[in-house]
Design a protein around this ligand. Structure first.
Ligand code: ADP
Ligand code: MG
Length: 814
């Protein structure tokens, strides 16, 4: 049953889920679609269910008064955004609408993201689009995954209109030049200037009237006031020059903005494939190939790519992506699983019940778009300043024209001239775009290179990091283990191969990198094992974070015995005697540098397994780069001391912590944060999620970076190149410098211009030039991030591979 929270304004999806249990429903209407999606109305306390409004009789929700009981996100491409004025206009149109919870706009990508209740009696999608178009904003609804920048690309008629605008500006300039050529014939020159003004003002006036009708003051209104004032005071030449300049300025701004938008859209062509493990053959298949009825297997740390029903198994999942609450929810045969649920513990086989159209790539794109539409700290500050700028200037203009000449009994004309110049300077366009342009471009450039920055403020945070913590397995190393040896460590002798299979039976349900190595050593690939029935049956699987795995395995004849596989701590978990611990320590001492595992069957140590992993080829370079940026680097690992020392030695790292449990990594990060450092935690797996969340910036690493880690992280590096980290740090530092430059530049130019205007040293036409000039410079400076070579060094990486692959033979193994 789809019964959700109270019908109060602004209820978010997570609130609905929180209220799930408390809502008392009494069925009123008939099921709308059948099945268990029953449409009910909770008439006792005016609580509505989602299904009501999609019910065939929408009167139900109308009579109850339409409440925002559902929140969806809709993406709208808005072609005619050219600067912050339109962003504010969009806010003014959409935000007051009933049912609209949140509006985020990105001027560069020309994308508006609205969180709203889509039912007809609230803010329907059509209503949103129509309202934007009523203000001539050129809005179109984007379907899932559709590229906003591509959708914002002008059509043929719009291109023709654009050309006509350039022609129009050309004619106005020609008239202006003709007027100046006629300077000897004053009358003729003035008439030419007035004609130029009249012709040039048509589109500006149209816009000004539209804005005026909505009681909005924008650049066109200010410009018309200034031109009117100039004409009124007989400054025909200046008025014509201002109109011609303004027309060209708008076109140049538009062209510069479109260029950046186009560059952004090419940068954003991401490609990532999304796969699932098909249960019947253990094969990894793209989710696009799955059909309803297919069964996929889910292991801890993995995210369900599909909506489905549990066919076999038991475990707990986190539905945090839907509810915002990372609490484990138990799932057993028959339970439903929603796409995006993350497996925390256990093992599940899930049958696909509905096709998921949302591929990861779409989610990533959405996430990037969302991050781009958010505001960083710098921008929030600037926006607050900008909010006061225009009104302050307008008040100053009012005082200069209405009060000063009378109070000082001086000539009104010079004051009027100064006031007109101030009017032109009243639009804070360049300042408002100073921060978002570098940030938006950084997020896009990073995403293009496999670094997914999830929030705009993370760009600022990454630039400020001073202490970097790196996880070992799967982060500094490739996480591609190979078993070097499996040794009988039992007291009474055990069959190595048979015991390995017992361990593999539980490891096959774990997603840790060592698990795959144990399984392939025991039975070859998982698919072979499935076909030959090579692995004994296992039940009661549990993941022991930072320790290993535990379960009960069929040791023959249907007898199940407890089996634990993991590091030294696993012996404690299994309750093995001290003698066993000593034997395992001797085994470890003989295998210095290898990752060692023990297999404990029925509380007694049976096997010692030694595995080795390979350092990522660019690990050393990445660590050196981070250090050269003035950050401290530490390695945090759950692995044993010897293995940790080996890697630390190869990387010349003196600060390394070993045998850490997830909570120890978390505590380390917290300690550093308390000490005033801004920390960055880079990890790969389920064992790092807490530390990732506690760090100023949490980054999940690796093409296979597990869903849980990726969800908690602020950044996901979807590449296997560790150098992406220092590169992303450099990029963000560069962006921070650009933001600072842009803000200082835009604000400085504006302030100097205002002072000059007050001193009477700035002419109207100069003010227009200052305005457009600073905006174009801010745009170009900000967009220079896209051309930055920081992340575009594929060539270097390839040569690095060639270089290290020679060395790797033997020497790089750790
Ligand atoms: P790291 O911090 O280096 O990434 P983890 O925290 O993921 O390492 O794991 C720590 C240790 O726990 C591993 O080195 C391994 O000994 C043990 N371990 C974790 N998961 C498993 C597993 N599925 N099977 C066996 N041992 C495991
Ligand atoms: Mg790890």
């Amino acid at each position: 049953m789809n019964c959700v929270g109270e019908g109060r304004g602004g209820t978010s999806t997570s609130d609905h889920h929180k209220d799930k249990q408390d809502v008392l429903c009494s069925p009123v209407c008939e099921p709308a679609t059948g099945g268990d999606e029953v449409a009910v109305i909770c008439d006792t306390s005016q609580r509505l269910c989602v299904a009501c409004c999609s019910h065939e009789s929408p009167e139900v929700c109308k009579t109850e008064g339409c409440m925002p009981h559902e929140a969806v996100k809709t993406r709208i491409s808005v072609r005619n955004i050219c600067c912050d004025a339109e962003v504010r206009l969009i806010d003014r149109i959409l935000k007051p609408m009933k049912g609209v919870e949140d509006v985020k706009t990105n001027a560069l990508t020309k994308l508006v993201m609205v969180t709203h209740c889509p039912v007809d009696c609230c803010a329907s999608v059509e209503h949103l689009v129509d309202s934007l178009n009523a203000a001539h904003l050129g809005a179109t609804l984007l379907s899932k995954g559709e590229d906003s920048a591509a959708a914002a690309r002008p059509s043929a008629t719009e291109l023709a209109k654009e050309h006509a605008k350039w022609l129009h500006a050309g004619v106005v300039w020609a008239l202006f030049i003709a007027g100046t050529a006629l300077y000897q014939h004053e009358g003729a020159a003035d008439i030419t200037f007035i004609v130029a003004c009249a012709l040039g003002s048509v589109p500006i006036l149209q816009k000004a009237v539209r804005a005026g009708r909505k009681l909005r003051i924008d650049m066109s209104v200010l410009m018309m006031l200034a031109v009117g004032g100039a004409l009124g005071s007989g400054e025909y030449l200046e008025a014509a020059l201002v109109v011609a300049l303004f027309l060209s300025a708008e076109l140049i701004e538009h062209a510069a903005m479109n260029r950046v938008t186009r560059a952004l859209s090419t940068v954003m062509q991401l490609s990532v494939t999304r796969t699932a493990t098909r249960a019947k053959d253990g094969k990894t298949v793209p989710i696009g190939e799955l059909v309803v009825g297919d069964v996929v297997s889910l292991r801890p740390g993995e995210e369900s790519p599909i909506d489905g029903r549990v066919r076999a198994g038991f475990g707990s999942v986190s539905e945090a992506s839907m509810t915002g609450e990372a609490i484990p929810i138990e799932k057993r045969t028959g339970s439903t699983i929603i796409a995006g649920s993350v497996m925390l513990n256990g093992f599940l086989e899930v049958e696909l019940t509905a096709l998921t159209k949302d591929s990861t790539i779409e989610k990533i794109k959405e996430q990037v778009e969302e991050a781009q539409a958010q505001k960083g700290r710098a921008q929030v500050l600037v926006d607050t300043f900008a909010k006061f700028w225009t009104p302050t200037i307008l008040i100053a203009v009012g005082v200069m024209v209405g009060i000063v000449p009378f109070a000082t009994k001086s000539d009104a004309m010079p004051w009027l001239e100064k006031a007109l110049v101030l009017l032109v300077l009243a639009c804070p366009c360049a300042l408002v775009l100073a921060a978002p342009i570098p940030t938006t471009c950084t997020i896009a450039a990073a995403a293009r290179n496999g670094v997914l920055i999830k929030r705009a403020e993370v760009v600022e945070q990454l630039a400020s990091v001073s202490a970097v913590a790196l996880d070992k397995t799967g982060t500094l190393t490739k996480g591609e283990f190979a078993v070097v040896c499996a040794e009988d460590l039992s007291e009474n002798g055990t069959q190595v191969e048979a015991t390995l299979k017992l361990a593999a039976a539980i490891e096959s349900k774990s997603a840790h990198p060592v698990a795959a190595a144990v399984v392939s050593r025991a039975v070859g690939c998982a698919a072979d094992a499935y076909e030959t029935g090579g692995l004994p049956q296992a039940k009661k699987f549990r993941n022991l974070e930072g320790v290993g795995v535990r379960g009960e395995v069929d040791v023959g004849g249907g007898v199940f015995k407890p089996v634990v596989a993991g590091n030294k701590k696993a012996l404690g978990v299994a309750g093995a005697p001290t003698r066993d611990v000593e034997r395992f320590e001797t085994f470890q001492a003989a295998r210095l540098g290898d990752t060692t595992l023990c297999v404990v069957v029925d509380g007694r140590l049976c096997l010692g397994i030694a595995l080795n992993d390979t350092l990522r080829p660019d690990a050393r370079r990445a660590v050196d780069l981070i250090r050269s940026m003035g950050c401290s680097v530490a390695m945090l690992t759950g692995d044993a001391e010897a293995a940790a020392r080996q890697v630390a030695g190869a990387l010349d790292l003196s600060d390394y912590q070993f045998s850490l449990l997830p909570q120890d990594k978390h505590a380390w990060v917290q300690l550093k944060e308390k000490g005033g450092a801004r920390t960055l935690m880079l990890g790969d797996g389920i064992n790092d999620a807490n530390a990732l969340a506690a760090a100023t910036v949490g980054i999940a690493m690796g093409e296979t970076s597990m869903a849980l880690a990726a969800r908690t992280a602020d950044i996901v590096i979807m590449s296997s190149w560790l150098s992406r980290l220092p590169q992303a740090m450099q990029l963000c530092r560069y962006a921070r410098r650009l933001v600072a430059f842009n803000i200082v530049f835009a604000a400085g130019v504006k302030l100097v211009a205002v002072v000059l205007a007050l001193l009477g040293k700035l002419h109207l036409w100069m003010a227009v030039l200052v305005d457009v000039g600073s905006l174009v410079i801010v745009l170009l400076v900000g967009a220079s991030v896209l051309g930055s070579t920081t992340l575009n060094n594929q060539g270097q990486e390839e040569s690095l591979v060639k270089h290290t692959s020679k060395k790797e033979k033997g020497s790089e193994e750790v």
